[in-house]
Write a protein of this length. Structure first.
Ligand code: ASN
Ligand code: ZN
Length: 326
């Protein structure tokens, strides 16, 4: 590898530095081997352009050989590499990598400096695929009304956190365990975005998920997919949804727990909250944990960090407020 700094134009028009690779033929590719651990592991952050291939053909397994690593003849990535979402995906994957490395102490999705693969610009039968997902090996991103999903650091953090969760708690993506899986992804995606954008935790928009994906008018709240501050509680709001619909409502019931975690992050030192939630998923959950297990797991994780009593009190209050009793 021959690591170089390149320049990318983001969807919002701003320029950003991208870590790239200079290939033997003189072209530049979105392959970042610059991270400290990558020197030992050979890992990279790699970004590919599916060129509107159908997303279903990309689910599961390694990136197919006919899906190219994003390349440029110069050290600038712009034009089609911007509209595809590749520049934003590469820049945001690096931010998520850095957050996990520096704030959490985790090296990459697998915790061992493994390669991070992002595929942008997929379609649904040629039309926009208005979603993004982690498939067990890689992130895949479509467009929502023309806007690449990868522009959202909260979205990229959410998807990469699905990978982290898969390598730890392994929460089954159904019903309550699936909603916990979603809540942990929302939590870290939003933690990363608020830190990056300098949004205060008590700002009413801090809990919005996907609020920067909008194309055109509308407030951030109108644009958002979900709101961790939506105030939902289990007692009133938990819905038994059949498994045919959203895996039993994993994106619907998630804000009940995500809201409790977000309340906690508002009440205590956010970095301590991140450590507690991270350790919860690493050490105190099992694949079929539910909401009550989560309350106990968060408490145990906090105790393992020798937190003061007021932090334990804040955990209890956050779960109480969302209808999850001891
Ligand atoms: N964007 C969704 C998510 O990551 C995709 C899905 O339904 N799994 O939660
Ligand atoms: Zn998700």
């Amino acid at each position: 590898a021959d690591p170089v700094e390149a320049t990318g134009v983001l969807v919002d028009g701003a320029e950003t530095t991208l870590q790239a690779n200079r290939e033997a033929d003189g072209t530049y590719t979105l392959a970042d081997s610059s991270r400290d651990m990558f020197a030992e592991t050979g890992g990279q952050i790699r970004t590919y352009d599916a060129e509107r291939a159908g997303y279903l053909d990309l689910v599961g397994g390694p990136v197919p050989e006919d899906v190219p690593l994003v390349a440029s003849g110069t050290d600038r990535f712009e034009g089609a590499d911007t509209t595809s979402g590749a520049v934003d995906a590469h820049a945001n994957a690096a931010k998520v990598y850095e957050y996990y490395a520096e704030q959490i102490g985790r090296d990459s999705i697998d915790g061992a400096g493994g390669t991070v693969h992002s595929v942008v610009n997929v379609s649904a039968n040629g039309a926009d695929y208005a979603n993004a997902f982690w498939d067990g090996t890689k992130m895949v991103y479509g467009h929502m009304e023309g806007v690449p999903l990868s522009v959202g650091l909260d979205v990229v953090g959410h998807e990469m956190t699905h990978g982290v969760t898969e390598h730890s708690a392994g929460l089954v993506y159904l019903n309550q365990s699936g909603a916990l899986n979603e809540a942990i992804s929302d939590y870290f995606g939003n933690a990363m975005e608020t830190a990056d954008k300098g949004v205060a935790m008590d700002d009413p928009t801090s809990g919005l998920v996907g609020e920067h994906l909008c194309n055109g008018e509308g407030t951030l709240t109108d644009c958002a997919l979900r709101d961790l501050n939506d105030g939902r509680t289990t007692l009133d709001d938990y819905e038994m949804i059949t498994l045919d619909v959203d895996n039993g409502g994993v994106h619907y019931n998630s804000t009940i727990v995500g809201g409790a975690l977000w309340d906690l992050r508002k009440k205590i030192d956010p970095q301590l909250a991140d450590q507690i939630v991270y350790r919860t998923a690493q050490n105190y959950l099992t694949p079929l944990s539910g909401f009550t297990d989560m309350r106990h797991a968060v408490t145990l994780a906090a105790e393992s960090l020798d937190v003061p009593a007021d932090v334990l009190g804040a955990i209890g209050a956050a779960f109480d407020a969302h209808g999850i009793a001891d």
